[in-house]
Design a protein around this ligand. Structure first.
Ligand code: NAD
Length: 321
């Protein structure tokens, strides 16, 4: 069994690798050659932690495995990341454990890749202003990946705790872009692309705040009850997602479906756009919304890259198991 520790991931796998791996597996999901299995995600009744297991099988690449972990809200006070994740890969022919991979950075990179993929396929090519709602740990990853997809000229940001926007300001500055702290009306009025990446349980962005032609990547809602945007916004948008089953249960779409504003049959898997089976955005006036719920196959795809690279570069530790 191969072990790839968390500390090695940064030099083994890049954001570009993760983009390619996630794009490939989204396409496989839409072709039904890769499937996610039912998600377990529960409060464990200890230190307010939410623990879960996500698993899946990519029959094309023969990648079978799971990601286990979740959210420990008090970790920051211990100098640890609140999100903690470990991936296990299994031999799809025999069920034997093939690898254990530290998955904190991989989770951040695969989540950023998902919103970047949605921007590549769904945003207007002439998008100039990028809006970010949220300024936590994940936000800088989303911003960096998004900046690779369009020739953005400015970044505008809003966060419930405004001082945390300093993180996004620093990334924008690294890329030579101006950054403005704005209210939500201004963000919606200026942004061509909006990424939401918060832990909110109430809608932040209202339908009337978003202009025609905007692309939204809603990335924070990955649990029942969370919500980042007004459900009516989804009713006005063409809704895309990584996986429909997750979108309607734990994703941003859960609320619009529950309120009868969106029918599950109208939601499109982004993989269908990647495969060329759906045109994606069809007009410059359309609002497109990607509900990025975060699927196991994203995790397994990027972990496979980490394992291949670790073996190739001699970084992997191999143990009898
Ligand atoms: P974090 O704790 O570092 O940051 C949370 C962010 O949400 C901060 O900007 C905070 O100010 C904001 N926030 C908290 N409560 C809010 C509220 N009531 N209203 C508005 N804003 C609020 O977390 P993170 O690592 O940046 O992750 C952000 C979210 O993304 C989490 O909900 C996490 O579960 C989710 N996530 C989703 C995926 C996916 O694949 N879809 C992957 C990783 C994380």
């Amino acid at each position: 069994m191969i072990i790839v520790p968390e500390r090695e991931i940064a030099r083994l796998v890049s954001a570009v690798d993760c983009f390619a791996a996630v794009e490939r597996v989204f396409a496989s999901m839409a072709k039904k050659s890769a499937s996610n299995l039912p998600v377990v995600r529960e409060a464990i009744g200890h230190v307010d932690a939410i623990y879960g297991v996500k698993s899946g099988i990519d029959r094309g690449g023969l990648v079978l495995g799971l990601k286990s972990g979740g959210f420990w809200p008090n970790n920051a006070s211990r100098g640890l990341t609140n999100h903690q994740s470990t991936i296990m890969l299994f031999n799809a022919d025999t069920g034997e454990c093939r690898a254990v991979v530290g998955a904190n950075l991989l989770t951040a990179l695969r989540t950023a890749a998902a919103s970047a993929i949605s921007i590549k396929y769904l945003s207007r090519p002439d998008s100039k202003v990028l809006g970010i709602v949220g300024a936590g740990h994940q936000s800088t990853f989303q911003l960096k990946a998004a900046l690779q997809q369009r020739a953005f000229e400015k970044v505008v940001g809003w966060n419930i705790v405004p001082q945390d926007l300093v993180r996004l300001e620093a990334v924008a500055a690294e890329h030579g872009l101006p950054f403005e702290r704005v209210d939500l009306d201004t963000l919606g009025a200026q942004a061509d692309v909006i990424i939401t990446i918060t832990s909110s349980f109430d809608p932040i962005l209202r339908a009337g705040q978003v202009r025609p032609g905007t692309h939204l990547a809603c990335m924070g809602t990955d649990t029942k009850g969370k919500q980042e945007v007004d459900a009516r916004l989804l009713a006005n948008a063409t809704v895309f997602t990584d996986e429909i089953a997750q979108a309607v249960t734990i994703g941003e779409t859960q609320h619009a479906v529950a309120e009868g504003l969106v029918d599950a049959s109208a939601i499109i898997e982004i993989g269908a756009v990647i495969n060329g089976d759906h045109p994606g955005r069809v007009s410059a006036e359309e609002i497109t919304l990607f509900d990025g719920t975060g699927v196991a196959l994203q995790d397994l795809a990027v972990a496979s890259v980490a394992v291949e690279r670790a073996v190739a570069t001699g970084v992997a530790t191999t143990v009898d198991f």
